[in-house]
Write a protein that binds this ligand. Structure first.
Ligand code: ADP
Ligand code: MG
Length: 636
């Protein structure tokens, strides 16, 4: 057997300088090296006829050299020019500053060239292609893996190093899956999977190798989650809330009728609460589906059974919004509700903590401030966390630890298909609100190009003059806060001085302190701002019913699920609302995605389409994976 923990410096071709670069990529051992999977592949396997190539296409071309490599001076560059022929079709090949080529390429010999084919006035041309003499197959003639960001290491080098690592490991890797699973699911063995995921000989090789590795990763993920779930079940008992406390007592006082979906999930929650098993439930529902009221009713049940409830929200604004809503519904039952956010005075905070500990507060609503050690409950029975993706498992555990096995309800507005939810949240039971309250006006969505700019601006002007407000979201430029800030501030300046000088335009960006962000959001909520520009930091879940236009710049750069989330910021009041997706690009997928957004307001349909269009990768955090390789997902 091979020692996979062997430091990477002992792999062939890795010297002291390269070790440092590899370590930066989190490649420290042989195991890390062979698990550094390609982000993409270039099929340099099968040659294409020139005459079948489109302008701008990357292709492998096979041709006979019919001239020598000629040196040409173009300004300060030395250019090297070669003419080849693919059948009857000639093609000019150009390289820069590579004089050695004069001695390498010989008239009458056949070569493979891989690169971009350009067609200029009917003539074919390739610039700086990769090439091999036919039959040599060093850089062409096969499928070539492309690795993620390699800071200072070229693709060729990292490919060579990984190839050495893979060769060393091949045949020596211990099978991780039992035989019967390999057989039942027709999986490739670990040795071949590892080799072929890097160096597939053909597409089917790659598909089988990837399938096996993904299978293994999901299987272990699932098993881990099931284990956690088992622990919940078997460990200590949770609270049995009082069967005589009826949720219907609250439901009957509401100014609206609950939807069937809301009633169904309340029944599921009620049942969980009454049994001794601690509840660990994910409540999923589209934006605006009415999750808050569900948590209010659950909190009622907890309080009237003699326990306290904690409601954890990701931002002060959201916490404040919940605080107001909870009061509206529950004050009439004599339930004492308080708000704990970092903005309140020390004195008030101290007083809250005392009363909480004495059991004089029934429901505490707050932000991270609530997680601090000195916030102690008297008898915490129910924990609700809102907008779950903002809180990690650890934070959930931290707040739960303030009670004695309290029931936990996690609310999320990111709709994902049930099958996927089962995989990702295997440790939680799942309830879904798949229905919006009646009489919701559909948000009219338009996908527009640059040429519509003036009409859009005129439309926004008209709406603001009627008293409405508008959000404008621009995308993150790379994952770079400086650039991000620039894109927002530049747009803000243009809108403030040129486009909408008559309106109050403000902006939000990721570098602002939470307090500054909250202040701006609050001003917007209080109608002291007409147009709010921001990147995606617009707080999830914030209700500004008077805002009825959401403009999204460069909508093609957002995922569908994200577009849907952003769109959910409007359509929260009595006014007809609009979402304007400004996009660039004529690609088929872009068009298709814009079309879906215009056609439906249903988050579950959108997430399913999203899955179809780009595969499940994004749900498992592929993008994240590329940057930080320590996340859960190693492969997909
Ligand atoms: P989300 O699920 O996005 O958190 P909220 O709980 O904020 O949604 O609900 C959005 C709005 O819909 C709130 O103003 C809430 O009072 C209202 N609402 C909730 N349920 C119903 C219902 N069954 N009928 C009418 N309005 C409802
Ligand atoms: Mg909400």
């Amino acid at each position: 057997m091979i020692d996979l923990n062997k430091p990477v410096q002992y792999v062939k071709n890795v010297g002291p300088t390269r070790v440092k670069l590899l370590n930066k990529l989190n490649i420290n051992t042989l195991q890390d090296l062979i698990s550094y999977f390609p982000r993409n592949y270039e099929d340099r396997g099968i040659a294409k006829r020139l005459s079948d190539c489109q302008d701008g296409e990357d292709a492998l071309i096979k041709g006979v050299a019919i001239t020598k490599v000629q040196e040409i001076f173009a300004r300060r560059l030395k250019m090297y020019k070669l003419v080849i022929r693919d059948g009857q079709t000639p093609c000019t090949i150009i390289w820069y500053n590579q004089s050695y080529l004069k001695n390498v390429i010989k008239i009458g010999h056949t070569y493979n060239f891989y690169g971009k084919v350009e067609i200029k006035l009917g003539r074919y041309e390739m610039k700086s292609p990769i090439f091999d003499e036919s039959g040599e197959n060093k850089n062409t003639g096969k499928i070539i893996p492309i690795y993620p960001l390699t800071y200072g290491i070229s693709q060729n080098t990292i490919r060579k190093i990984i190839e050495n690592g893979v060769n060393e490991a091949y045949g020596n890797l211990e099978e991780t899956l039992p035989d019967y699973i390999l057989e039942q699911f027709k999986l490739m063995d670990i040795n071949n999977a590892m080799k072929k995921v890097h160096f597939p000989e053909n597409k089917s090789d790659f598909i089988k190798a990837r399938y096996r590795l993904v299978f293994e990763e999901l299987l272990s993920f699932q098993l881990a989650l099931l284990k956690i779930k088992e622990n919940y079940k078997n460990d200590e008992l949770g609270i049995e809330f009082n069967k005589n406390v009826k949720m219907s007592d609250v439901i009957n006082t509401l100014p609206f009728k609950l939807t069937k979906a809301q009633l169904r999930v309340l029944e599921e929650i009620d049942l969980d609460m009454e049994t001794s098993k601690p509840m660990n439930r994910l409540l999923q529902g589209d934006v605006g589906s009415g999750k808050t009221i569900v948590s209010e009713i659950a909190a009622y049940k907890a309080v009237k059974s003699g326990y306290q409830a904690a409601i954890l929200a990701p931002t002060a604004i959201l916490a404040t919004q919940h605080f107001e809503n909870f009061q509206k519904t529950l004050n009439q039952f004599g339930i004492k509700i308080e708000l704990l956010i970092s903005a309140i005075t020390k004195k008030k905070k101290q007083e809250l903590k005392e009363r909480l500990k004495n059991g004089e507060i029934d429901i505490l609503i707050g932000t991270h401030a609530m997680l601090e050690d000195d916030v102690e409950f008297n008898n915490l029975g129910l924990v609700v966390t809102d907008e779950q993706h903002r809180f990690g498992v650890k934070q959930r555990a931290k707040i739960s630890a303030k009670g004695n096995n309290p029931d936990v309800l996690v609310m999320s507005a990111t709709p994902i298909p049930r099958t996927l939810a089962l995989i990702l949240y295997g440790d939680l039971d799942i309830s879904i609100i798949d229905e919006l309250p009646p009489n919701r006006k559909k948000i009219d969505t338009f996908a527009v190009g640059k040429d519509m700019e003036n009409r859009i601006n005129a439309f926004i002007t008209k709406q603001i003059k009627q008293g409405r407000q508008c959000y404008i979201v621009c995308p993150l430029v790379e994952e770079n806060e400086e650039m991000d800030l620039k894109s927002v501030t530049e747009l803000a300046e243009k809108l403030q001085t040129e486009t909408f000088p008559q309106f109050r335009v403000e902006f939000l960006h990721g570098k602002m302190k939470p307090k500054e962000k909250d202040e701006i959001m609050l001003k917007f909520k209080n109608k002291e701002i007409d147009i709010l520009i921001s990147t995606t930091v617009i707080e999830v879940g914030v209700d500004v019913p008077n805002a009825n236009i959401m403009v999204i710049e460069n909508a093609e750069r957002f995922g569908l699920a994200q577009l849907h989330q952003l769109r959910g910021r409007v359509g929260r009041g009595e006014y007809q609302s609009y979402c304007i997706l400004k996009f660039e690009g004529k690609g088929k997928v872009v068009q298709e995605r814009m079309k879906i957004m215009c056609q439906t307001n249903d988050g579950f349909i959108i997430s399913e389409k999203d899955l179809e269009l780009r595969g499940s990768g994004d749900f498992f955090g592929t993008a994240q994976h590329r940057n930080s390789r320590n996340e859960n997902s190693k492969f997909i």
